[in-house]
Design a protein around this ligand. Structure first.
Ligand SMILES: [Fe+2]
Length: 200
């Protein structure tokens, strides 16, 4: 099984990016490592800032509505401000994608390849983890031999944004696995008993 290095970053949807930037940089002691404006398509886009403190990277995103509502604004309409995705850093993204796909995991688009000033960056999004839940996962591979990317790549972020916009356009809400054909081994009653067992 391929190795997982840890959490690469956590991404939050926010309503007011300057306010969130102030919170993280002036109050919480993070510093900005990357930013990009108007990343998306001619239909909608977002502004983004990535802040870091120690090893912890947090990406902040605010939507821009153009001819259609930004997926960031739609996310906030449905779920409120907060975590949109968690990026897991892996040492071999292709191996993990194969492993997960064999388990029935569904991804939103193909793996994206970019390069920052330090090295190659490969990223891929899953669909949301649960029905009626906005949270999804990202796989990130930064280490490639002696090179290791440290920030983000505008073209990649744009491509990932467009994948979600395309999925949003279909009006169909997909999940990371097909819960119809791959139900988790709990009915509502068993789930209640299982959580009782864990709690006791
Ligand atoms: Fe991400």
């Amino acid at each position: 099984m391929s190795e997982t290095a840890g959490i690469d970053h956590i991404t939050l949807c926010v309503k007011n990016l300057p306010a969130a930037e102030h919170l993280f940089t002036k109050v919480l002691g993070f510093h900005i490592i990357w930013s990009a404006q108007d990343v998306g398509s001619e239909r909608s886009s977002m502004d983004t800032i990535v802040v870091q403190r120690g090893e912890a990277k947090i990406a902040l995103m605010q939507g821009r509505n153009k001819t259609q509502r930004s997926q960031i604004c739609e996310f906030i309409d449905r779920y409120g401000e907060g975590v949109q995705h968690i990026a897991i850093e892996v040492d071999d993204i292709d191996a993990v994608c194969r492993e997960w796909e064999q388990q029935g995991v569904r991804f939103c688009g193909e793996t994206k390849n970019g390069r920052d000033g330090f090295g190659p960056l490969r990223q891929r999004f899953t669909y949301p983890l649960f029905p009626d839940c906005g949270l999804f996962l990202e796989l990130t591979q930064r280490q490639h031999g002696h090179e290791e990317s440290k920030t983000f790549v505008r073209a990649t972020v744009e491509a990932l944004y467009r994948d979600i916009e395309r999925a949003q356009g279909t009006g169909v809400q997909r999940t990371i696995i097909d819960y119809e054909t791959l139900p988790l081994p709990f009915g509502e009653e068993e789930a209640a008993t299982a959580s009782y067992r864990q709690a006791s």
